[in-house]
Design a protein around this ligand. Structure first.
Ligand SMILES: *Cc1c(COP(=O)(O)O)cnc(C)c1O
Length: 222
């Protein structure tokens, strides 16, 4: 299917989810995750009206950036080794995977402008998942105050594969509750208003639970 057709379907699903929870669809940012697809398919997505692209690997990101450049808003959504920060920091618009002090230090050292970041949280506690345990997030974000190149705009999580929808909702709710606590502290370096959560299989549920940024690959550009 064309990206345009898949985008139409996705927008309908987003509207439906927004109706259920009385939200405005315009408050949901769609990030097309293009990590599995070619440059041609990525350009097709831009032509279909998508403006935000997500990549999770340095090489693939740089490859696409070379062709597409500033025509897109770039979200780096994968785990990032500190030594690779310098390769992507000047090109990306958002980092969704800030999860440790050493990475923050490297961003601070290399960035030439303030980078909007999401702090990645491992809500479910699965060992295979990146991210900070929920009980460390508040202190971590407070500790970033001195890092003037980092602006914490929200929290991000990857939901686990679970059997029951309620388990999934519980993960999203927990991230939202954590976001509320941090946002309500009104820290100038960490407005923390956003929630990056929801992928192809669970974006509708994530929206019902408050997602502001959904990261969708397979069901949009796949
Ligand atoms: C691959 C990926 C996605 C998109 O996954 P789909 O299931 O294809 O929608 C979202 N977020 C992250 C961090 C990813 O690595």
């Amino acid at each position: 299917m064309s990206v345009a057709a898949q985008l139409t379907e996705m927008k309908q699903a987003i509207q439906e989810a927004c109706r259920t929870c009385e939200r405005n669809p315009e408050d949901i940012r769609i990030i097309a995750v293009t990590k599995y697809v070619s440059i041609e398919r990525t350009i097709e997505a831009l032509e279909a009206g998508i403006s935000d692209l997500g990549e999770n690997r340095r090489e693939e990101f740089l490859n696409k950036y070379e062709s597409i450049g500033e025509r897109a808003t770039w979200h780096f959504i994968g785990s990032l080794q500190s030594r690779k920060v310098k390769d992507v920091i000047h090109q990306i618009d958002y980092l969704h995977s800030l999860d440790r002090k050493s990475l923050a230090k490297e961003v601070q050292k290399r960035a030439e402008r303030t980078l909007p970041c999401f702090v990645q949280v491992n809500v479910s506690g699965e060992e295979s998942k990146q991210g900070l345990p929920p009980d460390e997030v508040e202190r971590f974000i407070e500790s970033l105050q001195a890092y003037d190149k980092i602006h914490v705009v929200g929290l991000m999580t990857m939901a686990p594969h679970v059997e029951h929808e309620e388990e999934l909702r519980a993960v999203f709710r927990k991230l939202r509750a954590l976001r509320d606590i941090i946002r309500d502290k009104n820290m100038p370096h960490a407005p923390c208003e956003h929630l990056s959560m929801g992928m192809s299989n669970d974006f509708a549920i994530a929206i019902e639970e408050g997602a502001t940024h959904i990261r969708v690959g397979t069901s949009l550009v796949g």
